[in-house]
Write a protein that binds this ligand. Structure first.
Ligand SMILES: *Cc1c(COP(=O)(O)O)cnc(C)c1O
Length: 365
């Protein structure tokens, strides 16, 4: 058997006529950037999340960066981020001239450990960026309590959590702002790069929209210096089609996760856990195994494509060497990074394939 890690072609096949028509519709109008199609998607996605404003961008990293800027973050400020996430989260902080301050992750849920946030807050701290890692919401009640106690802004990184729910509210509705990525492999993926910024505040939305469009309020009305980060009409058209299926696709991911968990239950594999009240949308299905690298080699040799998200926690990466972080500073991230293994996960994965992955993994360990 040959089992891909994700299968975007299989998904395309299920909605091909609609996607083809949507793309053809864009070619017919020759309006390729921003415009009506993008507005349509922005409105639909804002409604889906339950936030007033949605602004399309070029990608999810830009979304974080522009929102940080719009929220007033700059040099001299510190922004708290989790130690284990994709580098965009901290990269965006550095890009606006602020400093990322890493906090270790929770040993069971892998999202930011809220009990370790307060010790990192200084007079320069201005914001927290929780990441709903792998599709599981961070502990937003505790996080929002800490943020309001210390008067910090919260920007949710929802790049992996489209449709995830924490205590009856979707991720993206808790903080002052939220960033989304529609990178092709995400739960809601475009056919190229795309992202979005969401918020309820009118002024923040206006500022973020201007920053992503050369500081223009209206055509040629440049009120500030901005940059170019806009959503393509074709990506918006694709995303509008795919948004209708997002909830059903997430349910399929949850079913696949349940199947995996049932089959691996009585083994030494540590399974992902979902706290009561949270809806995990399994952007990734991440297990932990001892001797991970050996298990990974066996799986790959038997045709099972896996991933590691992420092999090195951010504080240990070269760009952050200036922090002089050692494993003792982030003990959970340091241990978890050597054990995590992402198994194939996509809505179209069959039970038969899941069974094969589990059997192979059991043999490998
Ligand atoms: C994918 C991702 C991003 C940014 O995505 P791009 O659209 O590729 O720039 C940001 N944060 C996290 C946690 C991600 O997984």
């Amino acid at each position: 058997m040959n089992i891909p890690f994700v299968d975007l072609v299989a998904q395309y096949q299920t909605i091909k006529p609609e996607i083809d028509a949507a793309i053809a519709g864009c070619l017919g109008t020759a309006s390729f950037i921003a415009g009506e199609k993008v507005r349509q998607f922005e409105d639909a996605f804002a409604r889906f999340v339950g936030v007033r404003h949605c602004i399309g961008t070029g990608n999810g990293t830009d979304s974080i960066e522009i929102l940080l800027k719009a929220m007033g973050m700059g040099s001299g400020n510190e922004v708290i981020v989790p130690a284990l996430t994709w580098i965009s989260t901290s990269e965006a902080v550095s890009s606006v001239g602020a400093r990322p301050v890493f906090v270790d992750i929770h040993p069971d849920f892998y999202t930011i450990d809220t009990s370790r946030i307060e010790e990192k807050i200084t007079a320069r701290t201005k914001a927290i960026i929780p990441v709903h890692l792998y599709g599981l919401p961070a502990a937003m009640d505790e996080l929002m309590r800490i943020a309001s106690k210390h008067e910090l802004l919260v920007l949710e990184d929802c790049a992996q959590s489209h449709g995830a729910v924490f205590k009856e509210r979707k991720t993206g509705t808790f903080g002052q702002a939220a960033s989304f990525s529609f990178y092709p492999g995400k739960n809601l993926g475009a056919y190229g790069d795309a992202g979005a910024m969401l918020c309820n505040d009118d002024r923040l939305a206006e500022q973020a929209r201007m920053l992503g469009n050369h500081g223009q309020f209206g055509k040629h009305d440049h009120r500030i210096e901005g940059r170019n980060s806009r959503m393509d009409a074709m990506q918006a058209a694709v995303l509008t089609v795919k948004l209708k299926y997002l909830e059903a696709w997430n349910e399929k991911r949850i079913k696949a996760a349940q199947r995996y968990s049932a089959l691996l239950k009585s083994s030494s594999v540590i399974l992902p856990q979902t706290p009561a009240g949270s809806k995990h949308v399994f952007h990734l299905f991440v297990v932990r195994v001892k001797e991970r690298d050996r298990a990974l080699r066996v799986l790959e040799s038997k045709g099972v494509s896996c991933g590691i998200h992420y092999p090195k926690a951010l504080p240990f990466l070269k760009p952050y060497r200036y922090l002089n972080a050692g494993e003792v500073d982030f003990p959970v991230a340091a241990q978890v990074q050597d054990e995590i293994l992402s198994l194939p996960m996509f809505p179209e994965i069959t039970d038969e394939r899941i069974e094969y992955v589990c059997e192979t993994l059991r043999q490998a360990i």
